[in-house]
Design a protein around this ligand. Sequence first.
Ligand SMILES: *[C@@H]1O[C@H](CO)[C@@H](O)[C@H](O)[C@H]1NC(C)=O
Ligand SMILES: *[C@@H]1O[C@H](CO)[C@@H](O)[C@H](O)[C@H]1NC(C)=O
Ligand SMILES: *[C@@H]1O[C@H](CO)[C@@H](O)[C@H](O)[C@H]1NC(C)=O
Ligand SMILES: *[C@@H]1O[C@H](CO)[C@@H](O)[C@H](O)[C@H]1NC(C)=O
Length: 269
Amino acid sequence: MRLFNLNMRSILMGLATVLTALPSVLRADCTRDGLLSTASAFVSAVISGSVSTLPSATNFTYQENNKALTLSKGVFGSVIKVDLNRSTADTVACASYTMIISTSGSKPYVLATQIRHEGNDTGKVLMIDTIAATTGSLFFNASLTLSYIKAEDWTALPAASQPSRSLLQKAGDGYLDMWTDAKAADTIPWGTNCERVEGSRLTKPCGGSLPHGGSANKNDDRRYVIDEVMGSVDVLCAFNSLGNMPDSHNIRLVDGKVKYVHTITKVGS
Ligand SMILES: *[C@@H]1O[C@H](CO)[C@@H](O)[C@H](O)[C@H]1NC(C)=O
Ligand SMILES: *[C@@H]1O[C@H](CO)[C@@H](O)[C@H](O)[C@H]1NC(C)=O
Ligand SMILES: *[C@@H]1O[C@H](CO)[C@@H](O)[C@H](O)[C@H]1NC(C)=O
Ligand SMILES: *[C@@H]1O[C@H](CO)[C@@H](O)[C@H](O)[C@H]1NC(C)=O
């Protein structure tokens, strides 16, 4: 019996070795832990100014404020002191979203970063896509933003109250459509105690005085990170309705209703 167990064990170990050696095509799962661990490695790299050393895919690209850029020429080319970081994970798109607030470095920043992976492999970063707001951006005051964001509750939602992926995407799209579609605001499930932090401007509750169309220019180039566990959707976009501004809208739904909205909008060059 013991001998049999040992044999089975060595067979299984041999099998594991073979599977590890096969191309990543067979490793089809993109896990939440993998995404969050890379997001955490990214935050550590931001702090030490070493983002370019993250394990990247052959066709890695960096984008900052909706434009392709060499990593070292953008915000991550210098060390950044991180006062707050918060990440969400999208196992279907194999992407993560990280918010970073920095108040006390040489330049203050509020950063929205989506990281996309190649072939469901959280060990291979295909794209880093960042909206970088600093002094001069819309309602910018990093210390004030930090005070609001820090006070929020972002504990994971119990399985029974997690919104569906489609509801989250609808909330994100509905929000961005409000400027071009007069009916969009009414499709959003506003929570009675929802809070909107636009740059550093707090509005509470957030479901009143909303735009009802009026612009002909759709907010487009939308990139999504949808996390059912956190009830979060982050959409990076070109905010065209009020002028072409690189933008991030992050919405959290709790009990199926909007609880938080964060907007990070880059203004100026
Ligand atoms: C990011 O924030 C969390 C707290 O939300 C903290 O535990 C973590 O250490 C921070 N840093 C990194 C590198 O993930
Ligand atoms: C990288 O991009 C090139 C050129 O578009 C393409 O031919 C190649 O297949 C890509 N590599 C991977 C691993 O996707
Ligand atoms: C990634 O995972 C998703 C969901 O499990 C699957 O539908 C997709 O085919 C996978 N993609 C690759 C490239 O393995
Ligand atoms: C940010 O807001 C705080 C609180 O209102 C204020 O004390 C501070 O002067 C502001 N900072 C800047 C750079 O405007």
